[in-house]
Design a protein around this ligand. Sequence first.
Ligand SMILES: *Cc1c(COP(=O)(O)O)cnc(C)c1O
Length: 365
Amino acid sequence: MNSQIIGLRKVINASGRMSILGVSTLHDSVVDAIRVGGQSYVEMDDLIEKSGQIVSSYIQSESALVVNSASAGIALSVAGLITKNNHYLIPKLHQVAPLLSNEVLILKGHHVDYGAPIETMVNLGGGQLKEVGYANGCSIQQLEAAIHKQTVAFLFVQSHHCVQKNMPSLVEVSEICQKKSIPLIVDAAAEEDFTSFSHLADLVIFSGSKALEGPTSGIIAGKNEYIQYIKYHLKGIGRAMKVGKESIFGLIQAIANYQTNRNNIDSQLAQLKQLEVLSQFDGIQVSIQSDEAGREIYRARIHIDPKKSRLSALQVVKKLREGEPAIYTRDYHANTGHFDIDPRPLLSGDMEMIVEKLQQILGGK
Ligand SMILES: *Cc1c(COP(=O)(O)O)cnc(C)c1O
């Protein structure tokens, strides 16, 4: 069976780990692990315990919990910090949260929609988001002054979606949270470096299907005490976000793979070189860009000068998407004249197809 059998269009993903395209593809070894998990009975509590230990040893955190998405990770983290170990409050989360400390601080420049608004996940966990600073900046003084007795956590979003300029750094936020004894949650859903957050954050959240290329899942890693508070909610709101045993098995295999073959930057750069032939067209410039959020990712940028080229970047991107197969580029900035090709999600033969299609489009065919 392939995706065309159920009537779906064939897609080439040159945009990144995009949820709208199914995020990532699974290695055979991950599919095998999913089969093993899916075809076994296990004691679920034990699986959750043991998988948490395996994951936390990779992430170098005190403790960890596998959940069904990074989004669930945000909601459950907030819920856990609001109700702590009070077993009367846990099942009544949404009735009692407004009466408890439930304010979650966030930098205004981090208040993003990553495909769903981050605020919705905070609300799902019983929290209320309170913005600090402005869209283009926030001072340390503003940040520190915003913390008060209703504050239950600070949520720092480490992401290319956020405003990058003029924002306090994670280190600065971490210092203030420590000084004020406020738990710091870091949403690092799409980050590639799994070990660099645990010493700064009390809880850090990753997506299982982004950099790790695992099945749809998520990870919460951090302080033992907080992970325990969160686990209580698996028998509360967490039931509506249940992660399957097969996904936990698949994720563990994906993490093991990630340790052994990190991104092969050299082969990706070699692939991107194939796009250089496009500079033969009037008004087209091809360059290599490093990631806007500082991850170790390189992409080709195709810059289109609309005065010299027949088509604008927006028009080219639209033609690529509407073609057969549908080619999705990283086009957040197409309105300003360029789009990027992300080599990470490309499958064998995809780059050749992209070059061919772009030659046709830019050549006026
Ligand atoms: C993708 C993403 C999420 C959501 O991850 P899911 O696993 O799809 O729920 C949350 N935050 C950020 C910054 C993301 O990029």
